[in-house]
Design a protein around this ligand. Structure first.
Ligand SMILES: Cc1ncc(C[n+]2csc(CCOP(=O)(O)OP(=O)(O)O)c2C)c(N)n1
Ligand code: SF4
Ligand SMILES: [Mg+2]
Length: 299
């Protein structure tokens, strides 16, 4: 496990971005770029991350960024990879697609699936703030059960889509989940992904103060609660082998998990959640960990 002294000092995001105060996505991106280094080309579809970069001529990052239409993030990354391969630069420069959950689980899934099936040599990172935040909080395939959005005013009626599992089914060499509240884990996972050839997929939970309805000072606490309640397990699947990440390991023991209510009650978006849905969450979490236990015991 890396420690804070291992992080490179150089910053690749200039201070004063247009992200909201307390935005986990900005923290995730800052740490990811430190792990990836200057020889990186990023592709980004429309999202809060586009806004973070700023208007043309005022880019907030030191690395090259290509803004792409929504559904073409992974396709544009594939084009960049093909061009670098042609120029003999593919081993030197990392190509990274960075997209929101709407751009990944819904709108960009077909080009991502195509790139993963071809084994395109790139990293695809989804920061998951669990809704279309940039356009005012519409539900996405990644919005969780019971959460308010402007298109689910009574709370969403189904669980979030399990994108890491979908990507795992493509047989790619690296799939990982992470969380904005564990920056060292994010750093390590991007460093690892950078060194693996083929398609790498990282799915990172990204608490969003205005969209989830909590004060900006609570971002880290809420991200941690997602892990501590067992809702958000952090793991890696490397060449098909499952590894539970250090900060999630103790939650294999159900008695160590905090009640899911501790997480839900911190956020206004769950104000209308029903008792039935909370019961459903408990089962969902238990089922998730039963599966994890089997996979961990297998290796
Ligand atoms: C083809 C297309 N449809 C819709 C939009 C409008 N749009 C811009 S950003 C955005 C939300 C993106 O949501 P997500 O990918 O989750 O990223 P977030 O804003 O949450 O960071 C939408 C719908 C667009 N730019 N292009
Ligand atoms: S709306 Fe949420 S994800 Fe978007 S910049 Fe603000 S805090 Fe970040
Ligand atoms: Mg989103």
């Amino acid at each position: 496990m890396v420690n804070v002294m291992d992080l490179v000092e150089e910053e690749f995001i200039y201070p004063g971005t247009r992200a909201c105060a307390g935005c986990a996505m900005a923290l995730i991106y800052r740490i990811a770029l430190k792990a990836l280094g200057p020889k990186t080309i990023i592709t980004v579809p429309a999202s809060c991350l586009t806004v973070l970069h700023g208007m043309q001529g005022f880019c907030t990052t030191k690395v090259s960024v290509l803004h792409t239409p929504f559904m073409t993030t992974a396709a544009s990354a594939s084009g960049i990879v093909a061009s670098l391969e042609e120029k003999g630069l593919a081993d030197e420069i990392s190509v990274v697609a960075f997209a929101g959950d709407g751009g990944t689980t819904d709108i960009g899934i077909q080009s991502l699936s195509g790139a993963a099936e071809r084994g395109t040599n790139f990293i695809y990172a989804c920061y998951d703030n669990e809704a279309y935040m940039n356009t005012g909080v519409q539900r996405s395939g990644s919005t969780p059960l019971g959460a308010f959005s402007t298109t689910t005013p009574g709370g969403k009626k189904s669980h979030k889509k399990n994108m890491p599992k979908i990507l795992e089914a493509h047989g790619i060499p690296y799939v990982a989940t992470a969380n904005g509240s564990y920056p060292l884990d994010i750093y390590e996972k991007f460093q690892k992904a950078r060194k693996i050839k083929g398609t790498k997929y990282l799915h990172i939970l990204s608490p969003c103060p205005p969209g989830w309805g909590f004060p900006p000072k609570d971002t880290i606490k809420i991200g941690r609660l997602a892990v501590q309640t067992g809702f958000w397990p952090m793991y890696e699947v490397i060449n098909g082998k499952y590894f539970l990440s250090k900060d999630s390991q103790k939650y294999l023991d159900p008695s160590k998990r905090k009640p899911i209510e501790d997480y839900l009650k911190t956020q206004k978006r769950f104000d209308k959640i029903t008792r039935e849905e909370i019961k459903n969450y408990k089962q969902y979490i238990d089922d998730q960990w039963t599966e994890i236990r089997k996979r961990v015991e297998n290796y």
